[in-house]
Every structure is written in C-alpha cells, then in structure tokens.
Design a protein around this ligand. Structure first.
Ligand SMILES: [Zn+2]
Length: 351
C-alpha cells in the first residue's frame, strides 16, 4: 500500500495566522500546533500541496456557529466589503505566504505552473498556490488583477458568501437550493473573461447558481469548485446539484470534497461528531456524477469544523485509509489524492 501525497483544493491557514502579525510565518514553519495546519503537521499528514486562500473577513459577520447547529438555519449575508479596506488585508495575507516561502528556506514553494507543483511534490517541498476566496481586492478596472497575477495569483473565486462587484455568494442556509439570487454583474463577466485570458482558475465554490451557470456559459476553462459537496446528500445552499456536477463533468472540471461537517451531513448541522462514513458518501456521489478524474480533496482546514475522526491535517491518512477500506483501488486513490488536482490545474493554466 502506498502513502499518497495529498493535494488539497482549499485551506484558510493564512486567515488563522493573520492575527500573529510579524510572527505568522515563523509560527507556521516551526509549527505552533494551533488550528488544523502548520508545516510540521502537514508533513506528518502527507499534505503535499494545495490552494492557499486569501479570505477577507467581514466585520459584520460574527460568531455564527451556534446558528449552524440548529435543525434549519439561514445566516444573513454579510454586507459587501469596502474594497478600499479589503485591499490592505489581502496584501497582509498574501505577504504571510511570501514570508513563509522565505522562512521555510526551500521547504515551501509558491507554484505558478503545474510543472512546479509536480517537481515540488517529487522533492518533498510543500507546493502552495496563491488563491483569492472572493475578489474584493480586485477593482472593476481589473488593474489589481494584472498586479496580483504577476505576483503569482493563479486561482480566484468571484465571491465568498456575500455580494461583490462581480457576483453574489450563497448564504449559509439549510435546507436551500443554491439558486439564491442574481447572476454575474457586467464586471463579473469581464473578470471571468480576463481570468480566461490570463489562465487564472475561476473557483465556483460559494457562487450562487445563476452565477455558476453564467460562468459555465462564458468561461472556456474547466469548471472547478475547490471546496463543495453533493447537494443530493446534504441539501445546503453551499453544495452542488447534480445538474451542476454534470456541467463540471462536461467541462473536464473538478470538485474538491469539503470536510466541513455542515456540508457533509444530511441534516446540515455543524457537528464534529460526524462519522467519516458520511464523508465517503460524498466521494461516492461526486465520482458517480463527475467521474473518477474530476474529484479530489478540498478540506477547508482552518476554516471549518471537521469530523472528530480527522481532527487536523494529521488525520489525512485516516481519510485515505477509510477510502481504501471503502473499496477504492490504488490508481483511483492516486487520482483522488493529488493527480486530478494537478491535471485540472495543468488544463486550466496550460502546460
Ligand atoms: Zn469557503
């Protein structure tokens, strides 16, 4: 049996590290043992690489976990962020990733091509990709997109779960269809086209359904949802319907399976006492609908309540072992663990 490297579609470790200011990079590289992710634990868990999110917190979005433990819920959407306030936060979070790369002295690489990711995985170097979870730091003239692309931005979601100048995010609502409002704005259409030109991945997680279909119509790239689950199993607004999964398959796209218990559980509750078996069912359903080449990991580590059996990144081998026991053969596991992610990034970014 092989211990496969894991490439993961989504984490929020930069958000976790943000309050540490000048000590953030050191805390990550040396290992502070907090939250789900730091470099020593990622090595232990076989976390070989992933998309690292720049996520801008909403000042009016407080502690909502207690709401998501109810039988039904509809967390109000936060107000749009003020772009002028968002920009320095995006810079501060991206700066942590650049400082981590320097602090780690060869053990962490910010990758801009699929070849760099493959090389890093071979060398045992943590492969990171700079990703924006929500485009508030991008102005509608798209000047900032030029600058951030030059800095290494290779993946971008138009929205988190709130409106932006580009589109509308889904609320944390259960049960709910993802069809919760209007589609992309005119600026959103231009942003998708600009991402296509620059071959920046457009992430569909958090986007509402009309926005999803707008991107499906406009984009010439594979459709990718970095951290979303199956709506057929857990009817949460954040999850993807079978029609959406069919469109992702059609585009040779990809879904990263989210470990957030509220998107796993059939009852939509945020509850760490969630058996791994319920996570495995999402892998089954997503592979059935998207195909064995279109599913991978999208942990949401440091951004979600994950099942007790996972605990933190050192629980990844337990997930792989559970998948293996569930019947996935070694070639399938290799695809789910990392190959599919690297392949879809290669199709999106070019060779
Ligand atoms: Zn998210």
């Amino acid at each position: 049996m092989t211990a496969f490297p894991i490439f993961d579609g989504h984490n929020d470790v930069l958000l976790r590290l943000l309050p540490k200011g000048g000590g953030a990079a050191r805390a990550f590289v040396a290992g502070d043992g907090e939250g789900h992710l730091d470099l020593p634990r990622m090595r232990k868990g076989g976390f070989a690489g992933g998309l690292f999110a720049v996520f801008l917190p909403s000042p009016d979005f407080g502690h909502v976990d207690h709401l998501m433990r109810q039988a039904t819920y509809d967390v109000p959407l936060p107000l749009p962020l003020d772009p002028a306030a968002a920009r320095p936060v995006a810079e501060a979070m991206a700066a942590i990733l650049f400082r981590i790369e320097r602090e780690a002295a060869g053990a962490v690489r910010i990758c801009r091509t699929a070849a760099e990711i493959r090389q890093s995985i071979r060398d045992g170097v943590l492969a990171t990709v700079l990703h924006f979870e929500g485009a508030e730091a991008i102005d509608t003239s798209l000047d900032a997109l030029e600058v951030w692309h030059a800095a290494g931005l290779r993946s971008l979601g138009l929205v988190w779960s709130r409106p932006t100048a580009f589109g509308h995010g889904v609320p944390f609502r259960y049960p709910s269809s993802p069809d919760t409002g209007d589609g992309l704005t005119e600026a959103g259409v231009r942003l998708v086209r600009a991402c296509n030109e620059k071959r920046i991945l457009v992430d569909l997680s958090h986007l509402n359904e009309k926005g999803f279909w707008d991107v499906a119509r406009i984009s010439d790239a594979p459709l990718v949802a970095t951290h979303s689950n199956a709506h057929a199993l857990s009817p949460h607004a954040r999850n993807l319907t079978d029609d959406q999964l069919a469109a992702i398959r059609e585009s040779r796209g990809m879904v990263g399976v989210n470990f957030a218990t509220s998107f796993i559980r059939p009852d939509g509750r945020m509850d760490a006492a969630t058996p791994l078996d319920q996570l495995l069912r999402h892998f089954d359903h997503l592979v059935e609908k998207v195909g064995i080449d279109g599913v991978g990991f999208g942990s949401d580590f440091d951004g979600a309540t994950v099942p007790d059996e996972i605990q933190d990144v050192t629980g990844l081998p337990a997930v792989v072992e559970a998948l293996r026991r569930h019947g996935w053969d070694e070639p399938s596991l290799r695809k789910l663990c990392w190959e599919n992610w690297v392949s879809v990034l290669e199709r999106t970014w070019g060779g």
